[in-house]
Design a protein around this ligand. Structure first.
Ligand SMILES: *[C@@H]1O[C@H](CO)[C@@H](O)[C@H](O)[C@H]1NC(C)=O
Ligand SMILES: *[C@@H]1O[C@H](CO)[C@@H](O)[C@H](O)[C@H]1NC(C)=O
Ligand SMILES: *[C@@H]1O[C@H](CO)[C@@H](O)[C@H](O)[C@H]1NC(C)=O
Ligand SMILES: *[C@@H]1O[C@H](CO)[C@@H](O)[C@H](O)[C@H]1NC(C)=O
Ligand SMILES: *[C@@H]1O[C@H](CO)[C@@H](O)[C@H](O)[C@H]1NC(C)=O
Ligand SMILES: *[C@@H]1O[C@H](CO)[C@@H](O)[C@H](O)[C@H]1NC(C)=O
Ligand SMILES: *[C@@H]1O[C@H](CO)[C@@H](O)[C@H](O)[C@H]1NC(C)=O
Length: 410
């Protein structure tokens, strides 16, 4: 049975997704992160701050294998109300959330430590450079988190934000560094590309066209992509031809097949237009959702609303997470590597699966007034897709930070 979710995204972005319950058939053994971390270099985790090298023979350290530890001494890494550019969609405390424990969880890998996030070190690394996040509202949340993480290190008057339609740019002036977000929920062109009006009944993708978007970020120094939720419909219409011309060919294509086509277009673009010697490429894996409490053993009809603790069952995976789509991303990236461009997959799926309490739920700005029926039934309008800040995406950025510096060391 398909469930339709209408979620309002920060500012004016809207997601409208239909989630199919998909049967998870494949249990996988491929831990890409581990492979990269082991294959690459023994000194990967030099802490840029202390210069200390995590000596825990990294061949044994998979950053993604670990557990959440309550740590109200070091976390959160910034205060919600002190982040100048916080989004009302993610500011859960501001919108009435009383239980703030979601801000205090630290990810502890089993065999090593994540390097400590140092905003100044990152800004130095980004001097005269562009870091660009490209994708949907989850990627936008990660961008907001990144801006919050670095901006405290910059005095007011030395930072700015500029919103230009699909592209939003945060600038650290003294560093001539920008941290940007580009709206492209399906990466390739689609009829959902308008950053404001994209709530459309039929989703149409030009699975072979990416240039309209890509020309805005091809020369970036670090690119962070994501794309998943917007594909979650049984079928999508794929368009050969342009939206403007009348002789385009439209064909219904199964979701995974169109995802594969689009990622192929994306990887071809990277191969031919992005200089692998200059640009670091990252792809964020699936951000899990928590819309069905029966998946983690609670009452049917409930969701992330009122949840106060992570899920403790090791290896828990919700039905919204499609392993076949993970395989498609992995094989696209593997194949691109044979053509000389390396994309690091940052595998945040498993660690985020545990965090059923990390979503805004009802504590965020409602872009439309609630109906009486909704108001009397809070789970009906809870957002169990995005993440409160400070919170889970800060940890995703700690991973990104570790990867960015690892690259420099090599
Ligand atoms: C390196 O690891 C070994 C074994 O785990 C430990 O005894 C030693 O103290 C570590 N050294 C440093 C500098 O962390
Ligand atoms: C941190 O958490 C512990 C255990 O829950 C609690 O006793 C303590 O008061 C908390 N400290 C702060 C500063 O919130
Ligand atoms: C953060 O990094 C900067 C620049 O590398 C360094 O000068 C500073 O000491 C670091 N901060 C801390 C708290 O270690
Ligand atoms: C500022 O950064 C941009 C890249 O974002 C670069 O093209 C430009 O040359 C830099 N300006 C200076 C003065 O270095
Ligand atoms: C805003 O975007 C438009 C269209 O992409 C572009 O022509 C214009 O130069 C941009 N303006 C600024 C200030 O970046
Ligand atoms: C990247 O660097 C390698 C080795 O230095 C060089 O052979 C190659 O031509 C460079 N590629 C590009 C696109 O600059
Ligand atoms: C990520 O990690 C999970 C669990 O560790 C694994 O099942 C999955 O295959 C990995 N890869 C991707 C692309 O998410």
């Amino acid at each position: 049975m398909a469930k339709t979710n209408q979620v309002v995204v920060p500012g004016t972005w809207y997601i409208r997704c239909s989630f199919q319950s998909l049967v998870a058939l494949l249990v996988t053994v491929l831990v890409i992160g581990a492979v990269y971390l082991t294959g690459k270099s023994e000194q990967l985790l030099e802490d840029p701050e202390t210069g200390k090298i995590s000596n825990d023979s990294l061949s044994a350290c998979n950053l993604f294998s670990g557990k959440w530890v309550f740590d109200n001494k070091s976390y959160p890494l910034y205060k919600e109300q002190e982040c100048t550019f916080m989004s009302d969609q993610l500011a859960c405390q501001k919108f009435g959330r009383k239980d703030l424990s979601y801000q205090h969880w630290r990810w502890q890998p089993h065999h090593c430590d994540l390097p400590r996030f140092n905003a100044t070190a990152l800004l130095e690394r980004l001097r005269n450079k562009r870091l660009v996040f490209v994708g949907d509202s989850l990627n936008r949340g990660q961008w907001v988190s990144m801006v919050c993480l670095v901006e405290a290190a910059i005095p007011s008057g030395f930072k700015s934000i500029h919103d230009n339609g699909s592209l939003i740019t945060f600038k650290a002036m003294e560093y001539n560094a920008t941290i940007e977000y580009y709206w492209a929920p399906l990466l390739v062109e689609s009829n959902s590309d308008d950053p404001v009006n994209h709530r459309l009944p039929d989703r149409i993708v030009r699975a072979h066209s990416i240039e309209k978007h890509a020309r805005h970020w091809t020369d970036a120094d670090i690119l962070v992509f994501n794309s998943y939720l917007w594909w979650r419909r049984p079928h999508l219409k794929v368009l050969w031809g342009s939206f403007e011309s009348s002789d385009g060919i439209y064909k219904e294509v199964k979701m995974r097949r169109s995802y594969e086509m689009a990622l192929r277009t994306w990887s071809d673009w990277l191969e031919f237009h992005v200089n692998p010697n200059k640009t670091q490429l990252f792809f964020m894996s699936i951000s899990p959702i928590h819309e069905r409490a029966e998946e983690w053993g609670e009452a049917e009809g409930q969701n992330c609303y009122n949840e106060a603790e992570p899920i403790w069952k090791e290896g828990y995976r919700g039905k919204g997470t499609d392993p076949k789509m993970m395989r498609i991303v992995e094989s696209t990236i593997d194949e691109l590597k044979t053509r000389g461009s390396e994309v690091q997959l940052i595998n945040i799926t498993q660690l985020s699966e545990y965090r059923k309490e990390g979503h805004p739920s009802i504590y965020r700005k409602q872009w439309q007034p609630l109906t009486e029926e909704q108001a009397s039934n809070p789970p009906s309008y809870a957002d169990c897709i995005h993440w409160c800040l400070p919170g889970v995406p800060d940890v995703w950025n700690e991973f990104l930070y570790a990867y960015i510096f690892r690259w420099t060391i090599m």
